[in-house]
Write a protein of this length. Structure first.
Length: 328
């Protein structure tokens, strides 16, 4: 009985060894890391922690890439719209080939809606041009903007008076634009943390002076043919020319915004490359720590299989022993 128990225990032990070696040979990694690393798991823990940290930086870099690309596309679209509207407005009043005031007004209203739509762009539910208030759309709808501006300029009786009222509406700190039209946050979105002390801020908001003035001039172009204005034709044409000149002037400002955003995109791309390289390096280091020598493991497995086969042979022979055969 003692011999049977010893053989059974040895069989279980060899089977466990064979299972472990089979798993290690299949995965290429040690099944028992504590034994494999002689109980020193500190370095492995450091590598695992660094991998988790770099993975979070990689996620941040991916989000920043998507956000920056989407913002760049939106600003490019806005710049194209502003340029087209300026080219239309500049021809108002120039003979039969010029754009009529009514046509300019219709075009500007459509442009205003498209600009606001572009600035209300969101990614995965996060508004991109709302600063820290990512859960709020950046700007009120175009119809609301036009209605509120109409109310503000209704008493103006000259082109100069209209421009003055527009400046008050859009540019006064804490004025109508900031309280009724812009619906985003008053502070910038937190910078994306990309590791190694590197961070990048995508801090273009819809209330940026360049974008605010662009909206103002588009609204002006949209209202040059408004029947509520007590203005003559020449004053209306003067407003159209003023809007055209301002829109053309804002092209430089928009280009500067896009250039700054392009610099941020380049930094994000460089950080993404660095993060990817660091993750690869850490994965190699982790693999070096947990991997096994497949040739040595294969030899050990073959040895264990031989021992198990030998044990089975001995067990079979022992099971045939009895007292009659022994006495005979």
């Amino acid at each position: 009985m003692a011999q049977a128990f010893a053989l059974n225990r040895q069989s279980v032990n060899l089977k466990q060894q064979m299972d472990r070696l089979t798993v290690e040979l299949t995965s290429g990694q040690a099944a028992d890391l504590t034994q494999h690393l002689s109980g020193n798991l500190l370095h492995l823990a450091d590598v695992e922690h660094a991998l988790v940290l770099q993975d979070s930086h990689r996620t941040a870099a991916r989000e920043a890439t998507v956000d920056a690309t989407t913002m760049q596309t939106s600003l490019g679209f806005i710049q194209s719209l502003a340029s087209d509207l300026a080219n239309s407005a500049i021809t108002v009043g120039f003979g039969s080939g010029g754009v009529p005031l009514s046509t300019l007004s219709t075009e500007a209203k459509g442009t205003l809606g498209s600009i606001i739509g572009a600035l209300n762009t969101d990614v995965a539910g996060r508004a991109l041009f709302s600063g820290s208030a990512t859960d709020s759309t950046s700007l009120a709808p175009a119809d609301q903007v036009l209605d509120e501006v109409r109310t503000a300029i209704v008493g103006a009786t000259s082109a100069v008076a209209v421009l003055s009222e527009l400046d008050t509406f859009f540019d006064t700190p804490g004025g109508a634009f900031e309280t009724s039209i812009y619906q985003g946050g008053s502070s910038d979105l937190s910078a994306y943390q990309l590791g190694d002390g590197e961070s990048v801020a995508l801090d273009i908001r819809a209330d940026d002076p360049v974008l605010r003035n662009l909206i103002k001039q588009t609204v002006l172009a949209a209202l040059v043919d408004d029947p509520g204005l007590a203005l003559g034709t020449e004053d209306r044409r003067a407003l159209a020319r003023s809007a055209s000149e301002a829109l053309l002037t804002q092209q430089d400002g928009l280009t500067a915004l896009r250039a700054d955003l392009g610099v941020a995109e380049a930094r994000i791309d460089q950080s993404s490359t660095r993060i990817g390289a660091e993750i690869t390096s850490l994965e190699i280091a982790r693999n070096d720590l947990v991997s096994i020598d497949v040739f040595e493991t294969a030899a050990d497995l073959e040895q264990v299989q031989f021992q198990l086969e030998t044990l089975y042979t001995l067990t079979a022979r022992a099971s045939r022993l009895n007292l009659v055969n022994f006495l005979s």
